[in-house]
Design a protein around this ligand. Structure first.
Ligand code: D5M
Ligand code: FE
Ligand code: ZN
Length: 556
């Protein structure tokens, strides 16, 4: 809804002596003629009425609302249709008008029942293609006026944060913590898989006769090629390990290329004649249920997604960020009520060897002070949520807690919500998994699939979602802190995943979950030049929370 009409509605109602609920404004703005709707409403309601509610609007303007709603839902349907494509294929699932339960709850959809019997990479999903072809528009701002109109409707609720380690870290670095983080991962991911196969613990498989049908749920502890070119996958559960063989003449063989060490999968097949090996027929990933239906906002409201500013680096693109902040003040950005920042706010110090040569600001606190200054250019009525990245001044090992009080104080000006990495933030009913994305380097390096590359970071994100874990491989490049709980397990399916880190733009979807990698506000660094990384700079994907449609804006 264009903001001017919302503003006019609020002004007219308040000048007549009423307060007004935001939802009532939305409803009025959705009518064909908001001005006469307000006039009708003012005539109908009691003058002494303190607050005009959505209920009042519905009661007094029934017919006008029908008209407005029709227009609105028609335009919304264009996007809904591609978001519901999978849904249409499955008649047992209810349509889009059925209210969904709380976001991120597994109860939303029945569990997955079918296994993977052949190549079925995340990129094969219909929504992926639609995301690239239809949903992503690229716009560039045209000299936005600087004046702030600052009349956004305030969001009814504060962003709600879940799955955040901040203040809950129990890790002491002891061996037991490593054991417990693994157990927790195994238990929680195995529970997603157990209903799908008739699994047995590894020691029970050992006791089974040769040739029998069998299945197990295990963590991938080793992947090897055999002399005959088959793939031998060692699977570990809490009782021991058991080998599964992926034969190279079977379609399933290609699925072995999708596997990462330490992820949890279920494998079913038949035992070899001596009972010592499981010949794999089917693999199940914890996955997103095929029928998963994301929650969406019930009004037109948008969120801007950015990451990797690297303030303090010589390559920080201050001008591009300024242009972005300017744009947020324009009527074009009226519906943008949220700004989600996925880490690497500052360049930090001592992150990579030789980094000091490219520092414009060497003091870490001064870097955050400058970052805070830049944030002040963002309209004050935009709700900001941010999580740290590997350049930020928090522990490097994931999960990373949110900033310490001293840094929070520096960034206080905008009253941003500061959470750990990863965290899930729910805004307007839409759950957004915010993760900086360090594991993406490893996923891109390890998976031999052509679809997964720095050019398509969302494809790597899709694999994480399929594995329901943000950083499957332990002990690789990305550091994982030993905690009692594995905060990197994606326990609840989010509606949107927002990552950064690779400095490449990527917009896509996995099943019905929207995936965005937001690019960066840092020009190419010497390291990136040496390895031919061409960053996507000044990019700000804008997501419509009512449709999960994404429009990419580019600045600078
Ligand atoms: O990471 C930005 C991207 O560049 C990410 O894909 C890692 C990669 N990168 C950048 N510098 C290095 C060095 N020195 N070694 C290895 N990989 C690197 P960012 O987190 O912004 O530095
Ligand atoms: Fe970065
Ligand atoms: Zn990073």
């Amino acid at each position: 809804m264009p903001r001017p009409s919302s503003v006019r509605i609020v002004k007219r109602l308040t000048s007549a002596g009423h307060n007004v609920e935001p939802e009532a404004v939305t409803l009025l703005a959705a009518t064909a003629d908001p001005d006469s709707a307000v006039a009708t409403l003012l005539e109908a309601i009691d003058e002494s009425r303190m607050t005009v509610t959505a209920e009042d609007v519905r009661f007094h303007l029934e017919s006008a609302l029908d008209l407005g709603n029709d227009t609105r839902s028609n335009s919304g349907n264009d996007t809904r249709s591609d978001l519901s494509r999978n849904r249409d294929e499955n008649p047992s699932v209810s349509g889009g008008d059925t209210p969904s339960p709380a976001p991120g709850t597994e109860s939303k959809s029945p569990p997955e029942t079918k296994g993977v019997t052949g190549r079925q990479g995340p990129s094969d999903r219909p929504l992926d293609r639609s995301a690239a072809a239809e949903s992503v528009g690229v716009g560039s701002p045209t000299n936005p006026p600087k004046a702030s109109t600052s009349s956004r409707e305030r969001p009814p609720t504060e962003p709600e944060i879940t799955g955040d380690v901040t203040g809950r870290s129990t890790g002491t670095g002891e061996y037991e913590d490593f054991v417990s983080v693994f157990r927790d991962r195994y238990e929680r991911l195995a529970s997603l898989l157990r209903g799908r196969v008739k699994h047995r613990p590894t020691d029970a498989l050992e006791a089974m006769p040769g040739g029998a049908d069998a299945a197990l749920v295990g963590m991938v502890s080793d992947v090897r090629s055999t002399r005959n070119g088959h793939r031998l996958i060692e699977l570990e559960d809490t009782n021991g390990t058991f080998p599964a063989l992926f034969m190279n003449d079977r379609e399933l063989f290609e699925v072995a290329d999708e596997l990462l060490l330490d992820e949890v999968i279920a494998v079913s097949g038949s035992l070899s004649s001596d009972g010592g090996i499981l010949f794999a027929d089917e693999v199940h990933f914890p996955d997103v249920p095929r029928t998963y239906q994301p929650s969406t906002a019930d009004r037109h409201v948008r969120a801007a997604l950015i990451s990797d500013l690297h303030v303090g680096s010589e390559e920080f693109l201050a001008g591009a960020f300024e242009d972005f902040a300017d744009w947020l003040h324009t009527p074009d950005a009226a519906a943008v009520e949220y700004l989600l920042i996925a880490g690497d706010m500052v360049e930090g110090v001592g992150v990579y060897p030789g980094q000091d040569e490219e520092l414009a600001v060497v003091d870490i606190y001064e870097q955050y002070e400058r970052f805070a200054e830049h944030l002040k250019a963002v309209p004050g009525d935009i709700e900001i949520v941010m999580v740290p990245g590997n350049h930020d001044a928090v522990r490097l090992a994931e999960p990373q807690p949110g900033f310490e009080p001293e840094l929070r104080k520096i960034m206080r000006a905008h009253d941003a919500t500061i959470a750990g990495n990863p965290s899930t933030v729910t805004i307007e009913g839409v759950s957004v998994l915010l993760y900086h994305g360090v594991s993406l380097d490893e996923v891109i390096a390890e998976l031999p699939l052509e679809s997964v590359s720095y050019e398509h970071p969302h494809e790597a994100m899709a694999h994480l979602l399929k594995k329901r874990h943000l950083a499957p491989t332990f002990g690789g490049k990305n550091r994982i802190a030993p905690e009692k709980r594995d905060y990197l397990v994606i326990e609840d399916v989010p509606d949107l995943v927002h990552a950064g880190h690779v400095h490449k733009l990527g917009v896509g979807a996995y099943r019905q979950v929207r995936l965005v990698n937001s690019g960066c506000f840092q020009d190419q660094t010497a390291y990136q030049r040496s390895v031919n990384i061409d960053p996507d700079t000044g990019t700000a994907p804008i997501v419509d929370l009512d449709t999960l449609e994404v429009t990419v804006r580019k600045f600078g």
